[in-house]
Write a protein that binds this ligand. Structure first.
Ligand code: NAD
Length: 304
């Protein structure tokens, strides 16, 4: 018995890195998997049907079920096509893992319009487009059957989006948006029986090899950064073993698994009448006097 017997899953960007391990785990646990990958470069240019097909072949060799899809999920048409392929090929959809991504890091003052647009498009729109068509399918299915669809979406955020890496204004903005969108989708789709969560992974892949590759040398650290660890979190969030969990961000990697929660008030001042500049300035010390242990000091006031 596998965790995903008789289930159908889509993993976007599953030709390499983290997505590949997610697809392999889902297939090993019994899911029929649509392996989506455009096969482009790390920065998004070009396309190649090879990576998606190689993962499909690997799954088939191991006795699993999979189909390749090379649509660009950052378009409405691509999002619709990958969802339709799952339904037409395998008879339905139970799990959508939004994972595809690219990087084009630059400091804000050097960033080009194309570097901004492409990263926002692949991550933010690339998460929304498949989710939008999966959501429409699940809503209709729930109406038709009168039952909960018991489906899951797992999105891929990033510590960069949660904690704001310098040099990644485009990527961090998209990843923060994905964390927020995860909660919106969880609120919207819960009534149909769809749970929606996100991960913030840390893993050694082509996306991070220039950042971590040279630094991480010992075997234990490398093992803790193997994408299989990330796949385990996605397997948990995609399965009924995470019943009751929705609208959450799970950081996973480097030997650590955390629930990370976001924006919340840490202090306040109040006013009976209209606020003035001076009144707010007078309240500055009170506003920053929080002892909330959940607030990392480096986020508290960046101008100190
Ligand atoms: N590796 C990390 O430590 C790390 C950290 C935080 C977040 N992430 C996120 O995890 C996800 C996977 O990253 P990875 O490290 O495995 O990178 P990767 O480059 O190894 O894999 C990403 C895959 O997405 C595919 N892809 C890109 N654009 C696509 C599109 N428009 N349509 C379909 N496929 C597309 C690529 O071809 C590639 O195979 C990304 O969203 C990334 O931002 C990774």
């Amino acid at each position: 018995m596998g965790l995903f017997d008789n289930k159908v899953a889509i993993v976007t960007g599953a030709g390499r890195g983290i997505g590949r391990e997610e697809a392999l785990l889902l297939a090993r646990e019994g899911a029929a998997v649509v392996v989506n990958d455009l096969g482009g470069a790390r920065s998004g240019e070009g396309s190649d049907a090879g990576p998606a097909q190689e993962v499909v072949d690997e799954i088939a060799t191991a006795g699993g079920k999979a189909a390749a899809n090379t649509d660009d999920i950052s378009t409405w048409a691509g999002g619709e096509a990958v969802v339709n392929q799952a339904i037409e090929t395998f008879g339905g959809l139970d799990v959508l893992v939004n994972n595809a991504g690219i990087l084009r890091d630059k400091m804000s003052f050097n960033m080009t319009e194309d570097e901004w647009d492409s990263v926002i498009k692949v991550h933010l729109k690339g998460h929304f487009a498949p989710s939008r068509f999966a959501a429409a399918y699940w809503r209709q299915k729930s109406k038709d059957t009168g039952e909960s669809v018991n489906a899951k979406i797992v999105n891929t955020s990033s510590e960069s989006g949660l904690y704001a890496n310098a040099g990644q204004a485009n990527y961090a903005a998209a990843k923060a948006g994905i964390a927020s969108m995860t909660i919106v989708l969880a609120r919207e789709l819960g009534r149909f029986g769809v749970r929606v969560n996100a991960i913030a992974p840390v893993a050694l892949t082509r996306l991070t090899e220039d950042l971590m590759g040279g630094v991480v040398t010992d075997d234990a650290a490398k093992a803790s950064l193997d994408p299989v660890n990330v796949a385990a979190a996605v397997g948990w969030l995609s399965s009924d073993l995470s019943d009751g969990v929705s609208g959450q961000v799970v950081k996973i990697g480097g030997g650590v698994c955390q629930i990370v929660q976001g924006w919340h008030p840490i202090s306040e001042i109040t006013s009976d009448g209209p606020f003035t500049v001076e009144a707010i300035a007078a309240g500055k010390d009170a506003l920053f006097a929080t002892t909330d242990p959940g607030v990392p000091p480096f986020l508290l006031n960046l101008d100190s």
